[in-house]
Design a protein around this ligand. Structure first.
Ligand SMILES: Cc1cc2nc3c(=O)[nH]c(=O)nc-3n(C[C@H](O)[C@H](O)[C@H](O)COP(=O)(O)OP(=O)(O)OC[C@H]3O[C@@H](n4cnc5c(N)ncnc54)[C@H](O)[C@@H]3O)c2cc1C
Length: 844
């Protein structure tokens, strides 16, 4: 409404202005200013254009004293603009005093924070901060592909592993993987996907690594968690990047052969999310190692929640290193350090297990009391002492893009695959449940979110293979993919009803549902990741000017610092003004005239991403300028900005994935659902940001420039939901693509394959069921209440043949095998505790 009134006033003013010479020139000036700002032309171009227009106005415009005074005022203002083009003058008059004040307000940054901010690379996330992302950069990237060896591993050992996994036996009866599975994992390279071939590893691409996890997690969460950890942040990864040659040559072949099982211990009872505050210590001291006195570390630590700890043979340990006696140099507080500690080192207590929500992958506490190890046990040797935090954050930027996003996507793909089929074969009220609109909406959400997750994990893995270490996307993927996974798991449970709830060998959903909080919590708990990390890191890391300005202001070479600060500052001002204009114009036009890099059905989504990118970049600058460091404390605001950034990133991944898959026409409803959902969410979060922005007048200005026509972008509708649901509840190419890398070999113990088989039969036999309904039930010849009875009556009445009856009976048996749940004798469920067993609470 407000937008319409403003628009009307502008039109009336413009019409009136067109009747006056001054008005025409003013309109030309406004149009030129908007054009130049939209196209990001230089200050000089703007100054020259303004001079030409003012000259025209001076000659052609009104005469008389007031007009002359007005012209004089305009020329003086223009002179000021010309002065801004003289860099030496502007540096002295504006930049230098401003930089002094800026430096005073700049919060101090510890080395740890600096290292965290500088870790990894800036990729597509950086483009989204510009307000004018260069799509060529994203679209030119090669689609991720598996090599022949990687494809053979997925089809060979990986399928074989899946066949060996009996999840009920693992999760309920044994609370562990069986010994032959452990052996298979160790000896077939599952723990060595990131280790180079020269050390005996598989040296897989990030994409292949991700696909292996997708497949295993479609079968067993316990197995996929077990495989994910040694290939993620931990001893192998740290050794590869920072280890000494001697350490690499010793450990990497042993890890590759499965002779060593690694774990990585950072978290403790007192330091969880705030991992940099670990109280565990390593004191430089002299001690006896293998009979000789050497310089080493005396370690005291208490860690918990450590995956693989109970079975680990080597512990990657993070601790804080001190040198109180200055045995190594002048520094006494050396900082966070990582070392490799063999399990059997005296003083190490290890072996007890935690029980993570019925998903019994190996996880437990580790303690160390006065554990003495030589300095050479530090990863990278004594030279790397104190560099532990940098090592961890650098490696997290890659690992976080792969492990959890892949495991969660695998589970979601299996969930869509299973639920699509189940919703077709399960009938209630004489209809497949998937045909009810309420259920269709939920299936569509599952499919749209899963497509988004799959796109994000595969395109980002492809970027890693192209050399990126995308630290901000890694946080976005960690948070959004696991949250989407949580939604998909809930939806799958809802659609399966009691079938999903009754645990037992026939339940293929329950454990996937139970593991959700684990994915939410590990590798940076989600609340922290959303509220503090995504935008907090993104705002400084990806913004085209903020880090440049900060580094320039802190440059000890003052002259060079002022010079660089001046360039960055004025470019930044132009950038903000340009984004304000771009945001306003694209919001007014609903981005219809924005350039899109492709033609066809998806072009509009590219345009909307660009529009939101401009609005986002503008909002970010205004927020940082007006709130400064307070923005970090206003977690609600920065979380919403982080959501907008993530939604644009994920929508871009969806679009790129669609291109990578050869622009499959049939997938378009899913692409539309995914993009609509993300861009609608971006709009709502931007609106939520404005509603909660503390400076209300500024919020009103922002709202006028970002939403001049209100919030007109709409969420996916019911009709779209129906089209999406149809694609996964019937055998279709889209459904097959959802099933890619899911374990679906047709065998008695694989519910995903049995569901697909039943779905195919359901579609094939639909005409027979229809015949029985029309010629039998409606004609009064068939009155039985269940399918077997109806088949018999239809056969007797000659409505179906003997062969057709047999096919229907076979189908019904298969469906009931899937629909049936387990029951147990009461004693079968109770597990007796060993008399010697005791519970313990570990207190640090
Ligand atoms: C199954 C499992 C396996 C694990 N494996 C390992 C492993 O192998 N090695 C290892 O070192 N660690 C491991 N962890 C530890 C894991 O990384 C931590 O659990 C995680 O970092 C969170 O710490 P916390 O559980 O102590 O939660 P807390 O730090 O106590 O956090 C509690 C809540 O507060 C939120 N929060 C905290 N600070 C903020 C903030 N500033 N803004 C907003 N929200 C905030 C968190 O998001 C969380 O929701 C594992 C944990 C689990 C559960």
């Amino acid at each position: 409404m407000m937008g319409a009134v403003v628009f009307l006033i502008v039109v009336v003013a413009a019409l009136y202005a067109l009747t006056q010479v001054g008005g025409v020139i003013t309109l030309l000036f406004v149009a030129a200013a908007l054009f130049l700002a939209y196209r990001r032309r230089s200050l000089l171009a703007f100054t020259v254009t303004s001079t030409a227009l003012l000259a025209a106005y001076t000659v052609l415009g009104a005469t008389g004293t007031p007009a002359l005074l007005w012209k004089l005022f305009l020329w003086l203002s223009l002179a000021g603009l010309w002065l801004l083009n003289v860099r030496a003058l502007r540096k002295a008059l504006i930049t230098r005093p401003f930089m002094k004040e800026y430096l005073r307000l700049l919060p101090p940054m510890s080395q740890t924070e600096k290292e965290a901010l500088e870790a990894g690379t800036v990729w597509w996330d950086g483009e989204l901060f510009t307000g004018a992302p260069r799509w060529e950069k994203l679209l030119a990237a090669r689609p991720p592909q598996l090599s022949a060896a990687e494809a053979a591993f997925l089809d060979g050992p990986c399928e074989e592993l899946c066949r060996m996994l009996n999840d009920w036996n693992i999760t309920h009866e044994r609370a562990d993987l069986p010994p032959h599975v452990w052996e298979f994992l160790k000896t077939r390279g599952f723990f060595a996907m990131i280790i180079p071939k020269k050390y005996g590893g598989l040296e897989f691409s990030a994409y292949a690594h991700s696909c292996v996890l997708v497949k295993i997690s479609s079968r067993s969460a316990t197995a996929s968690s077990t495989v994910a950890v040694p290939n993620s942040l931990g001893p192998a990864e740290l050794l590869l990047h920072y280890g000494t040659e001697e350490q690499k040559n010793y450990y990497l072949p042993r890890l590759a052969r499965g002779e060593e099982v690694p774990c990585f211990a950072l978290t403790g009872p007192r330091a969880g999310s705030d991992a940099a505050s670990i109280p565990d210590t390593g004191i430089v001291s002299r001690g006896i190692w293998q009979g000789r006195e050497v310089l080493g570390l005396k370690l005291n630590f208490s860690k918990r929640y450590i995956t693989l700890a109970p079975v680990a043979t080597v512990i990657g340990l993070a601790f804080r290193m001190f040198d109180p006696e200055r045995l190594l140099g002048e520094r006494t507080d050396i900082g966070i350090t990582c070392a490799l500690i063999p399990r059997n080192t005296p003083g190490v207590s290890i072996g007890r297990r935690h029980f993570p929500l019925n998903i019994p992958f190996q996880n437990g506490p580790i303690c160390g009391k006065d554990v003495f190890v030589p300095l050479d046990f530090i990863i990278g040797g004594p030279a790397m002492a104190g560099n532990g935090w940098r090592m961890l954050v650098e490696q997290l930027s890659v690992g976080r893009c792969i492990s959890l996003p892949s495991n969660t996507t695998g589970a979601a793909k299996a969930g869509v695959w299973a639920t699509g089929a189940y919703a077709r074969i399960r009938t209630q009220f004489n209809l497949p449940v998937g045909r009810f609109e309420g259920v269709e909406t939920v299936i569509a959400r599952m499919a749209g979110l899963t497509y988004t997750m799959d796109a994000a994990r595969s395109v980002t893995a492809g970027a890693i293979d192209g050399g990126e270490k995308p630290s901000v996307p890694s946080a976005m993927l960690k948070y959004h993919v696991t949250e989407m996974g949580r939604q998909v798991a809930n939806d799958a449970m809802d659609i399966h009803g009691g079938k999903g709830i009754m645990l037992g060998p026939h339940n293929y959903l329950g454990r996937g549902y139970e593991i959700v909080p684990v994915a939410i919590t590990v590798e940076g708990a989600n609340l922290l990741t959303r509220n503090l990390i995504i935008f907090g890191q993104g705002a400084i890391r990806c913004h085209p000017f903020v880090l440049r300005e900060m580094n320039a202001a802190r440059n000890p070479d003052r002259t060079a610092g002022v010079d660089e600060f001046d360039r960055a500052l004025f470019a930044h001002i132009g950038f903000t003004l340009s984004n304000a204009v771009r945001s306003f114009i694209m919001a007014l036009t609903h981005a219809r005239f924005t350039r899109a890099p492709v033609q066809g059905a998806t072009a509009r989504y590219y345009q909307h991403v660009v529009r939101f990118s401009a609005s986002f970049a503008f909002a970010v600058d205004v927020a940082m300028l007006s709130l400064g460091g307070y923005l970090k404390k206003k977690e609600g605001l920065s979380a919403r900005l982080g959501d907008v950034l993530s939604c644009m990133y994920l929508a871009s991944m969806v679009l790129k994935h669609h291109e990578n898959q050869g622009r499959q026409e049939e997938d378009l409803p899913v692409i539309e659902w995914a993009c609509r959902n993300l861009l609608y969410h971006a709009q709502e979060q931007l609106h939520g940001f404005l509603r909660n922005f503390p400076n209300r007048p500024l919020a009103a200005v922002l709202r006028a420039l970002i939403f001049p026509r209100g919030r007109i972008y709409s969420a996916p509708g019911d009709r779209l939901g129906r089209s999406v649901a149809a694609l996964v509840t019937t055998p279709s190419d889209t459904r097959q693509r959802f099933g890619e890398h899911v374990y679906r070999a047709l065998e008695p113990g694989n519910p995903l394959a049995l569901l697909e088989e039943a779905l195919q039969l359901a579609v094939q036999l639909e005409p027979l069921e229809k015949r029985i309904r029309v010629e039998g039930i409606k004609a009064g010849k068939v009155s039985a209440l269940d399918l077997p009875g109806r088949i018999q009556q239809a056969l007797s009445a000659g409505i179906i043949s003997e062969t057709e009856a047999a096919a229907l009976r076979d189908y019904d048996r298969k469906v009931m095998d899937i629909v049936n749940v387990d029951d147990f004798e009461p004693h079968e469920l109770a597990r007796q505790a060993e008399p010697a067993a005791r519970s313990s609470v570990h207190v640090a």
